[in-house]
Design a protein around this ligand. Sequence first.
Ligand SMILES: Cc1cc2nc3c(=O)[nH]c(=O)nc-3n(C[C@H](O)[C@H](O)[C@H](O)COP(=O)(O)OP(=O)(O)OC[C@H]3O[C@@H](n4cnc5c(N)ncnc54)[C@H](O)[C@@H]3O)c2cc1C
Length: 385
Amino acid sequence: MRRTVYNEDHEAFRDTLRSFIEAEVVPVYDEWLAAGQAPREFYYKLGELGIFGIEVPEEFGGAGEESFKYQAIISEECARAGVSFGGSGVHVALCLPYLKAYATEDQKKRWLPDFVTGTTMYAIAMTEPGTGSDLAGMKTTAKLSADGSHYVLNGAKTFITGGVHADRVIVCARTAAPTPEDRRFGISLFVVDTTSEGYAVGRKLDKLGLRTSDTAELSFTDVKVPVEDLLGEENKGFAYLGQNLPQERLGIAVGAYAQAAAAIRFAKEYVQDRTVFGKTVASFQNTKFELAACQAEVDAAEAVCDRALEAHDAGELSAAEAASAKLFCTEVASRVIDRCLQLHGGYGYMNEYPIARLYADNRVNRIYGGTSEVMKMIIAKNMGL
Ligand SMILES: Cc1cc2nc3c(=O)[nH]c(=O)nc-3n(C[C@H](O)[C@H](O)[C@H](O)COP(=O)(O)OP(=O)(O)OC[C@H]3O[C@@H](n4cnc5c(N)ncnc54)[C@H](O)[C@@H]3O)c2cc1C
């Protein structure tokens, strides 16, 4: 089936991006893997290419696009090449929507131009050592000072993607206790300068996959956050998270679909080349059936992603629909990538083969951005259950 979700401008962007990845990422990717992160300088290159500014309004140095489809193309092209842009995915796909929706004009003037160039990299810190799925249970606090000039931030976050390189982090913290009627009340968002006194980056975490993204622990000890860096209104942070998580989940769905599609391509190339018992692996009926079954699943995931992308661009993607897309596409990707790895035999288990990296990288898609179980809770609630 012909995909209708992308137009000529999108495809031109895809061509540019594909060449950029081939020239600037593929040749050095093994070095990034060995280092455990993409180098900071690479983010300036992404800034120069205009990747960070696509959805930023023109007055702040961006291209002023409103469509999320460009982010989807980035996911698709990275998966196709078996690489990633390190921790920078969160800078645009996760952080920008918050800055666009809730920053004041003054804050946008202060923050967005350097966001576009990559001079200031952003991350977002929701998860804490004691709470992930149940975000309302967060313990990090931000208390307004007596003179009302700043908040005093105390607490700790973990699993923060981009946490090592970040220059500013959107930190979720409690500014008031939950009320008996609403345990989600009292959370606020702050755009914290990572050079502030008392702000510390802990361990860069050693992960199963996504080995070029810097995922870190953060801690805050009496960090003074100027009131000018409160994002949106005090105590309404949970609602802001609720409004932005559907885009994050759509992004994960598209990434998972793209990884599954790439897995089929890698497996197809491999089985046509590998000879066993005097025949290519591709010639066994089992191989054909396995790849055919995978293709059917990926076709379905593609249709889900494309519909969700259109709905999101039209401002119509609901939280439950985004959860459904994430649940479906990430579960499909896990099955497909596993079957494609199997067709590689032992070589599929070797990190030098892209299928092994895909296998490890994909696993987290069912966990972050909300686990599959949390997605089911959202969908069930929407069903009135
Ligand atoms: C590589 C990576 C990058 C990440 N990046 C970020 C980031 O940039 N910023 C950020 O804030 N966070 C980030 N996270 C955190 C991520 O969003 C959380 O790990 C995720 O939301 C799950 O939370 P948890 O790890 O505390 O698991 P838990 O909440 O402890 O869940 C444990 C298990 O219990 C299940 N469970 C929980 N509640 C229920 C329920 N009510 N019913 C049934 N089952 C339930 C879960 O599904 C899971 O299987 C990242 C995580 C990883 C692994």
